[in-house]
Design a protein around this ligand. Structure first.
Ligand code: MN
Length: 463
């Protein structure tokens, strides 16, 4: 997707100055395009009138290939000129506060130079009107050749593209939310308004019907792929093939309806022999968001985060704070789920195993078991506050397993909470953070803040 670069100016300075504005702007946009590999930045032109500003925003709003807009004021650009355009802007905005020259030409500087290179006050006028109009934006400050400025623009472009994806995201819910649970509930109409999420319910029977249509050769072929990719650590081949059928059926069902996220609920599995485990893990690894126990909000957030991180290193995975090691001063969180942990987080070749689940009353399900990767990460929860949504991000450090856990039959991650276990978890509980999260080594709290800003969600960063 493309990002359009607009420069603010006016007719006050005369034709010669405007030619220079045009030339400098094209140069800056080209430089940024070259140094922001995740952002396809294209120079649009210099905006000098109300009409030009409105025309540009109309184009930006209705072009599905444009994910956002960068605005910079080379000169002063009186901001009443921007009001009509900004009032109708529906795409993410980055306000770039830079200037063409890095250093001042001390020996040559005169009033012509001052008039041409006045973003220091031109951008203040623009920032004022953005604030007055309550326009959400990310602001990047510094010379355009500064790698930090370029990285901020590049990161923002990833989030802008993820927002475009979010606005079209459809989530399929197989079954309702787990009975009695509060935090996985929420206002689906408000989520549609804020984030663009369409959340559709299906009876699990619709999926069972799709599973019945999967043929034996299809199942055998996918089972073959499993044995190539993973370590087969079970003698119960039929249980594994059952999950292969679920994967094929789920993929078909989701793709037919245009769904990029889905939920299941272990309380509602009528017509299925096992809880989908391996099948769900495989779908998550190919980019589908997932939420267990009917958690459509985390499913959607996971899909958006996977999209935002698709050009980056690292992963974004559905996770649950499960249990602790409370060794004083070295506290660790053991995160896992019943089955559904995305193998993009694996630090080793996953093993396929079959074990009883002990809840749900179904046959022993096949799942991928692995130890998780280590490194800097974020864990983000999305909650419904009753008046809107809140994103809560904890900064965490994923660590290696302190000791082997040979009897634990699920994939898992271990992490240290920042700034400390007591402070971090206390803040999380006070903020109302859920037990389901998206753990990401691809997205920083700054990225998630940008997404919250673009969607008008409340944001809390911890640690
Ligand atoms: Mn759960």
């Amino acid at each position: 997707m493309k990002i359009l670069f607009l420069t603010g100016s006016q007719y006050l300075y005369g034709g010669e100055a405007l030619e220079k504005v045009e030339k400098d702007s094209a140069e800056i946009a080209a430089q940024l395009n070259e140094n922001c590999p995740g952002a396809d930045i294209e120079y649009y032109g210099t905006i000098k009138t109300v009409e030009e500003a409105v025309e540009a925003v109309k184009k930006i709003n209705y072009d599905d290939d444009i994910s956002g807009v960068i605005v910079w004021c080379h000169t002063f650009s009186p901001a009443k000129m921007w009001i009509n355009a900004l009032k109708i802007l529906t795409k993410p905005l980055l306000h770039l506060h830079t200037q063409f020259n890095e250093r001042l030409p001390y020996g040559d500087i005169d009033m012509d130079f001052m008039n041409l290179n006045q973003s220091a006050h031109g951008d203040r006028e623009f920032g004022y009107i953005l604030t007055r109009l309550n326009i959400p934006r990310v602001t990047a400050v510094g010379h355009y050749k500064d790698p930090e400025v370029q990285k901020k623009i590049n990161d923002w472009a990833d989030i802008a593209a993820a927002l475009a994806f979010s606005k079209k995201l459809k989530i399929a819910r197989f079954g309702d939310n787990m009975r009695e649970v509060a935090v996985t509930e929420g206002d689906k109409v408000e989520a549609n308004i804020r984030f663009g999420w369409t959340t559709d319910y299906y009876g699990i029977g619709d999926l069972a019907e799709e599973i019945d249509k999967v043929t034996a050769p299809e199942t055998e072929a996918l089972f073959g792929e499993y044995t190539d990719k993973y370590v087969l650590n079970t003698a119960d081949i039929e249980a594994v093939k059952e999950q292969a059928k679920y994967e094929i059926a789920l993929r078909r069902f989701l793709n037919r309806g245009g769904y990029r996220a889905f939920t299941t609920n272990f309380q509602d599995l009528h017509g299925l022999r096992q809880l989908p485990g391996l099948a769900v893990q495989r779908l998550m690894a190919s980019g589908y968001g997932f939420g267990a126990e009917g958690d459509w909000k985390t499913a959607a957030l996971g899909a958006v985060f996977k999209k935002a991180g698709e050009k980056r290193k690292g992963f974004s995975v559905f996770m649950e704070d499960y249990t602790y090691d409370l060794k004083r001063g070295e506290e660790l969180v053991l995160g896992a789920h019943m089955l559904e942990v995305c193998p993009t987080a694996a630090a080793e070749k996953p093993k396929i195993e079959v074990h009883p689940l002990d809840i749900g009353g179904k046959a022993a399900p096949a799942r991928l078991v692995f130890e998780g990767a280590s490194g800097e990460a974020t864990a983000t929860s999305i909650i419904d506050t009753g008046t809107g949504f809140k994103l809560i991000t904890a900064n965490i450090e994923l660590v290696c397993e302190p000791e082997p856990m040979p009897r634990l039959p699920v994939a898992r991650l271990f992490w240290r909470v920042k700034p400390s276990f007591k402070e971090g978890v206390e803040a999380w509980l006070n903020a109302g953070g859920a037990h389901h999260t998206v753990v990401s080594t691809a997205l920083t709290s700054g990225d998630i803040k940008a997404f919250a800003q673009m969607t008008g969600a409340e944001f809390v960063s911890i640690g």
